[in-house]
Design a protein around this ligand. Structure first.
Ligand code: IVH
Length: 668
């Protein structure tokens, strides 16, 4: 192919992929399969890597972010990012409406919009191209987070149509609820702390210094406010429609209202319908539609006079605090949990609420037997927001934070600067020991199936395992006499323990459960130091020199190896034959080509064994699954494929690909 042809093909693929991105992420109506999309994307990646002279930062291939850490530049907003005055009752909405009516003394319209609960962002476009994305900051200056913003696929890098040469558009970066839950499920499975709620996670993600990590977060963005000198219309709602035609994700759920009744109708409708939305909103925003009228109304020091927000009341429950439990986790952190008299709240029955830590209990001035108000925010567990002091029994005892571990009696410690109390008895505090073993055997770590939390409990209670290394000296004869364990499951357990000796080094490192060393960090450390011995010898400086390894992780690794008990466990595991060095295979470069995709393989293959195919999938960021569901992205079909699998994939419309197609996808 001539260079001209290549340039043409690249241009064509970029156009097509942008169009499909738009259909998928903005319109939610894709017209091609993921497989076809991936093929086009991989072709473009290949052409661009062979022809760096055609590099374009706006190419759809550049949405994956970069591994280079950036410190954010502070930039001054051209137009300050003001916040809105909040109202919590309908009287205040009426007051706002009357104020506007009086000041304008002519007919006016109010646009009612949803108030998205995320992180606000201001995007600048020049000549149709995204040039900057800035957080709100203090309203006057914000952080330049352009590199992160560029990874959000619903935000167009280039727009189309009759747009003004320069403008800003503002909106909210958010995470849809289901995507948030899915991400948390994966984190829990990986032994990582789940995120507390979609809003904080969206805001936190924008501030990540590594855009590749941002690209992996399920961020989305609604835009709701156009600013600039040459806007297409002098009506806010018409500007939104124009911006929609340029390619922006503009919400459809807004209404131009002419009367207070229409405004209240909108508010009431969404107060109840909001639970059916796939994302969180926390209220309604009211804006005067006419930009000339907006200018006449102007601003107070903090807020526009032409707009206001109405915040929904979070649904509250009123119930009695029965007692407080203190739970000890794998890391020794102690979490207080309130036991409540069961109460109905937003469709579920609430019996427990998180109390976070000692400071939280103190700030509520919580007493046993108190009547409390509970709310379900974005959080997974409901929280106590207020105590009804009037209803308190005069003899009620204040809730005291325990001084000793409820599981092992050790005196608790609270490290300086931390909110949590810890049980320092990592070595023999039962939930810590069992938690570490459970983490060790979990799927993404050593993947010892046949063993679960209950069996670990059982083996621990009869003293057969005291730490992870004891797993490797278990004998079937010791297991079979145990209640609930038959001969067959005993054999299964021993077999999968044996199998786990092949698990590659990076996963073994993750399995050790070193604090702050999650799956990704373990991979980075394994790649950087190549063996456990080298990692053990690494200095603080050598550790922090590794990309993405910060001081907190480095300190934790050093502390782990400083503990003689940990070094003994590693010695025993080495003797048992676990992988403590990077294998040739792990060293081979990997890719993100299959990131986020789920595969089922079936049949036999010509070029690779089934295990090799599975490894290839994982090495390129994909996931293997044994059964087909609507979540499966591809069925990789070999010879003698199971007819049931084939039929199911066909029924669910899941692309069926060959071994060669798979190799194509990963560019081999
Ligand atoms: S308009 C001057 N519209 O609420 C008007 N804001 O306190 C600027 N928000 O910081 C904002 N949904 O992050 C507007 N439909 C919406 C909104 C919205 C959520 C957020 C935004 C802003 C805060 C106002």
């Amino acid at each position: 192919m001539s260079n001209m042809d290549i340039a043409h093909e690249i241009e064509h693929l970029r156009e097509e992929l942008n169009q499909h991105n738009y259909r998928y992420y903005v319109l939610n109506s894709p017209v091609i399969s993921d497989y076809e999309y991936d093929q086009m994307m991989n072709r473009l990646i290949k052409l661009e890597s062979e022809h760096p002279e055609f590099f374009d930062p706006d190419s759809p291939t550049q949405r994956v972010g970069s591994d280079i850490n950036i410190d954010f530049k502070q930039v001054k907003h051209k137009y300050p990012m003001l916040s809105l005055g909040n109202t919590y009752n309908e009287g205040e909405i009426t007051d706002f409406y009357n104020r506007v009516a009086k000041a304008l003394n002519e007919p006016f319209e109010i646009v009612c919009e949803l108030k998205y609960d995320g992180a606000s962002i201001s995007l600048t476009y020049e000549n149709g191209q995204l040039v900057r994305g800035v957080t709100r900051g203090d309203g006057t200056r914000g952080d330049d987070v352009t590199a992160n913003i560029r990874t959000i696929k619903s935000i167009p890098l280039k727009i189309k149509g009759d747009y003004p040469p320069a403008f800003e558009i503002r909106g909210e970066v958010y995470i849809p609820r289901l995507k948030f839950d899915e991400m948390n499920r994966e984190r829990i499975e990986a032994g990582e702390e789940p995120f507390s709620n979609p809003r904080n996670t969206a805001a936190g993600s924008l501030k990540l210094q590594n855009s590749k990590q941002v690209a992996q977060r399920p961020l989305d963005c609604f835009l709701y406010y156009l600013l600039g000198e040459n806007l297409p219309s002098d009506k806010h709602a018409e500007n939104l429609e124009k911006a929609r035609s340029w390619g922006f994700k503009i919400p459809k759920e807004y209404k131009v209202c002419r009367t207070l009744d229409e405004i209240f109708e909108f508010i009431h409708y969404w107060d109840s319908a909001r639970k059916d939305l796939p994302y969180d909103i926390d209220g309604i925003v009211l804006k005067v539609n006419d930009l000339g009228q907006q200018r006449r109304l102007g601003f107070t020091a903090k807020n526009p006079r032409w707009a206001i927000s109405y915040k929904f009341k979070a649904e509250q429950g009123y119930t009695k605090l029965l007692s407080v439990d203190f739970q000890v986790g794998r890391t020794g952190a102690v979490t207080p949990v309130a036991n409540l008299e069961p109460v109905h709240l937003a469709g579920t029955i609430v019996k427990r609420a998180s109390l976070h830590n000692a400071d939280f209990i103190r700030s509520l001035d919580l007493h046993l037997g108190d009547m409390v108000y509970v709310e379900k925010g974005g959080e997974i567990i409901p929280k106590i927001v207020e105590v009804d002091i009037e209803a308190r029994n005069p003899d009620a005892e204040p809730v005291k934070f325990i001084t000793h571990c409820p599981e092992c009696g050790t005196v608790l410690v609270r490290p300086e600067g931390e909110a949590a109390h810890y049980c320092p008895n990592a070595e023999s505090c039962p939930p810590q020991v069992k938690g570490r073993i459970e983490h060790f055997i979990s799927r993404k770590a050593m993947n010892i199936d046949g063993l679960g939390a209950e069996t670990i409990d059982l083996l621990y209670s009869v003293n057969l395992i005291k730490d992870i290394s004891d797993l490797y000296s278990l004998h079937p004869m010791q297991l079979t006499p145990l209640e609930r364990l038959g001969e067959k499951s005993a054999r299964n357990i021993i077999r999968s323990i044996e199998e786990s000796k092949k698990v590659p080094f990076s996963r073994v490192l993750f399995a050790l459960g070193i604090r702050y060393v999650g799956e990704t960090v373990a991979k980075k450390l394994a790649m950087a130091f190549k063996s456990i011995d080298r990692l053990e010898q690494a200095t603080f400086e050598e550790l922090t020199a590794v990309d993405e390894i910060g001081e907190r992780i480095a300190q934790s690794v050093i502390e782990y190896f400083a503990d003689e008990k940990n070094r003994e466990i590693i010695e025993k595991l080495k003797k048992a034959g676990l992988q403590f060095e990077l294998s040739e295979e792990e060293m081979q470069t990997t890719s993100d080509a299959l990131a986020g995709k789920s595969f089922v393989i079936s049949g036999t293959f010509a070029k690779h064994s089934r295990d090799e195919i599975k490894q290839l999938i994982e090495k390129n960021g994909g996931k293997n699954s044994s059964s087909i569901s609507s979540k499966t992205d591809y069925l990789v079909a070999g010879d003698k494929i199971g007819p049931a699998k084939l039929a199911k994939a066909e029924k669910l419309g899941i692309p069926i690909i060959s071994e060669d197609d798979l190799l194509n996808l990963i560019g081999q």
